[in-house]
Design a protein around this ligand. Structure first.
Ligand code: NAP
Length: 290
């Protein structure tokens, strides 16, 4: 039987550690770290994710500011909000919840955030800091996955890690982190990879970040592999109260018995992403104070 990598439990452990530091700061007469979140429009999934981030701030004792802007906001106006947050001495870090409406360039918006306040770790400088081995604020989802592996004491050094998906926020930074910090031998697969299975089946550690439920089937996984499923897709489910449920990229029921460790969806990578956001905000605060 595999060990389930319990992202909720580890994220709760991290929240306790962050809360302890915040209490110590307050006891020493200092202010709490302050996270701001800009959310654009009324996409229900985005509001759910942001709700989770606000609850996490409340749990650890961070100050937080939620800025709701209309879907029709101009790119120029959104940039003004970012500039204001960049200059606000009371804000330690902030994020702009994705996705953004089509008329707004994600590259332009994330590129405008000061790297030292970029607690999602999306800016070019923070992305690049992975390879300079002097990380500032690491991309939140990959950071959370590395932390999960570390806390379960899963050896990555010298292992063959196959990352499926090469996006700017998940697969690409993760593959660099597995190489630089994890000292793994890394293969990156993407949409144009031929014969995906030939790669995945040789993975000691298989990390999938695509957004296609059921992409990874049991015959694509090596016996005893560690499997990390980043995929989070809403699929209709009339039996669920919300009318949907979340599905990962891995065919969990069939794949899990072959693995040594596996993340569930939900409850695996998702909570770790929020925990990373908290760790990055605390780090941004500490860098500013020092
Ligand atoms: P994305 O930007 O759409 O990237 C998906 C990546 O997979 C791209 O590199 C894409 O290639 C590649 N791809 C598409 N089809 C493929 C295939 N058949 N085989 C191999 N690679 C393929 O998505 P993302 O933002 O990285 O997110 C991926 C999934 O992870 C989504 O379900 C998302 O909701 C989830 N996610 C979860 C968290 C969390 O905290 N739990 C965080 C981030 C993302 P092209 O670029 O060439 O199309």
């Amino acid at each position: 039987m595999p060990t389930i990598l319990d992202g909720r439990k580890i994220a709760n452990d991290i929240k306790k550690e962050v809360a302890f530091k915040v209490t110590s700061l307050k006891d020493a007469g200092k202010r709490a770290p302050h996270l701001a979140i800009i959310i654009c429009g009324d996409d229900s999934a985005s509001h759910t994710y942001v709700g989770g981030k606000i609850n996490a701030c409340k749990t650890v004792g961070f100050d937080y500011t939620l800025m709701q802007v209309a879907t029709t906001i101009s790119e120029e106006k959104l940039i003004q909000h970012i500039d204001n947050l960049n200059q606000d001495p009371d804000i330690d870090g902030f994020i702009v919840q994705l996705p953004l409406p089509d008329h707004i360039s994600v590259e332009k918006i994330t590129g405008r955030i000061l790297p030292e306040k970029d607690v999602d770790g999306f800016t070019n400088q923070n992305f690049g800091s992975i390879v300079t081995q002097n990380p500032l604020l690491l991309p939140a989802t990959p950071f959370g996955i590395m932390e999960l592996l570390k806390r379960y004491e899963i050896e990555t050094k010298g292992k063959h890690c196959v990352v499926v998906g090469a996006s700017r926020i998940a697969g690409a930074p993760l593959s660099l982190m597995m190489m630089q910090q994890g000292l793994a031998t890394v293969t990156v697969c993407h949409k144009y990879t031929e014969n995906l299975e030939a790669h995945t089946v040789s993975a000691d550690i298989l990390i999938v970040a695509v957004g296609k439920p059921g992409l990874i089937t049991a015959d694509m996984v090596k016996e005893g592999a560690v499997v990390i499923d980043v995929g989070t897709t809403r699929v209709d489910d009339a039996s669920a109260k919300s009318g949907f449920r979340l599905k990962g990229d891995v065919d969990y029921d069939k794949v899990a018995p072959k693995t040594s460790f596996i993340t569930p969806v939900p409850g695996g990578v998702g909570p770790m992403t929020i925990a990373s956001l908290l760790m990055n905000t605390l780090r941004a605060y500490e860098m500013r104070i020092s």
